[in-house]
Design a protein around this ligand. Structure first.
Ligand SMILES: [Zn+2]
Length: 164
């Protein structure tokens, strides 16, 4: 397991710091945040030390969000809230305060004082097209679409084969 001595989250994973665990498996841990935005605010973390989301392997990332979704359901059913935010701060300008990737699950009620809203920025059509092009090209280069399509495509063939 990749850990970093100076990382607070790695210390939680290694039980060097006490925590309120709500879920644990070989690769993932979810704990209640003692400094949460609302009561029941949890964070879901990979046990391996990955500072930012880009470093988390796809399968681990999928599992992290799956656990976050289940914690969100548990929060809905047991804490009498009206909503949740599933939130990632990726990078210091985005509000990331610890160098260990985490998915926050924040219970929400109307007028609870938690502010995740922003003022919208209007772009010209040209600016929109430029952004679209730049992103599309990059996303195709890293093969995200192949990764997402390929397993489904395979699965469809298997189902087709079984039906035939
Ligand atoms: Zn860490």
């Amino acid at each position: 397991m990749k850990t970093r001595e100076s990382c607070l989250i790695c210390q939680i994973v290694g039980n060097k710091v006490p925590s309120y665990k709500v879920y644990e498996d070989d690769l993932i841990l979810a704990v209640v945040d003692v400094n949460g935005a609302n009561p029941g605010h949890c964070f879901v973390i990979p046990k391996n030390h990955y500072p930012i989301i880009e470093q988390v392997p796809d399968q681990e990332l999928a599992n992290l969000f799956s656990v976050a979704n289940k914690i969100s359901s548990a929060i809905f059913e047991n804490l009498k809230v009206q909503g949740t935010n599933i939130f990632v701060a990726n990078g210091i300008p985005a509000g990331q305060t610890v160098a260990h990737f985490m998915v926050n699950v924040i219970p929400r009620k109307e007028n609870d004082g938690v502010n995740l809203q922003w003022k919208t920025k209007q772009l010209t059509e040209e600016e929109m097209s430029t952004v679209e092009l730049k992103l599309k090209e990059q996303i195709q280069n890293v093969g995200v679409l192949d990764y997402l399509r390929y397993p489904l495509h395979l699965l469809r063939n298997v189902i087709f084969f079984i039906v035939i």
